[in-house]
Ligand binder design. Structure first.
Ligand code: HEM
Length: 117
């Protein structure tokens, strides 16, 4: 069964728009990673104020390979470069100015369902 990796981002209210814009301009490289199955950027509405970057992978190994890949670095370097061009507050460590913190959650998919066609 697949694994779900969620990057949990703490984003100050005034940085939400910046974060979402950066994701709109994301590198789009993850789509080509081996074993990649799904991505969603989840904006908090109720119960939390943290954004979730939801990704699903065929296996733990596929996720690890992507995280160590050039494609992961490039996807996050884009953000750093963009931040640098902004208000001069980017610091180029992938953290950028939009998120003030991040945490990685891992889940195994136990069951799933899709609409009956
Ligand atoms: C220090 C930790 C991290 C921070 C602050 C962070 C933040 C960001 C930001 C702001 C972007 C949009 C930048 C862009 O490509 O234009 C991005 C892209 C992305 N992040 Fe992260 N990220 C971190 C680590 C991770 C991890 C561990 C995952 C795994 C779930 C992840 C999943 C993604 C994905 C799938 C994209 C889109 C990349 C693409 O389009 O190829 N990130 N991240």
């Amino acid at each position: 069964m697949s694994v779900v990796k969620i990057n949990v981002l703490t984003v100050p209210a005034e940085m939400r728009e910046t974060l979402e814009k950066r994701f709109s301009n994301r590198a789009g490289l993850v789509e080509s990673a081996d074993g990649f199955e799904w991505f969603e950027l989840l904006r908090p509405v109720e119960g939390t104020d943290r954004y979730l970057v939801y990704t699903r992978w065929r296996s733990e190994e596929d996720f690890q390979r992507w995280q160590e890949s050039q494609s992961f670095r490039q996807g996050h370097a884009e953000a750093a470069a963009e931040a640098g061009r902004g208000e001069g507050q980017g610091h180029g460590h992938g953290q950028g100015p939009a998120a003030s913190g991040s945490e990685l959650w891992t889940f195994e998919v136990v069951q799933n369902a899709a609409p009956a066609s």
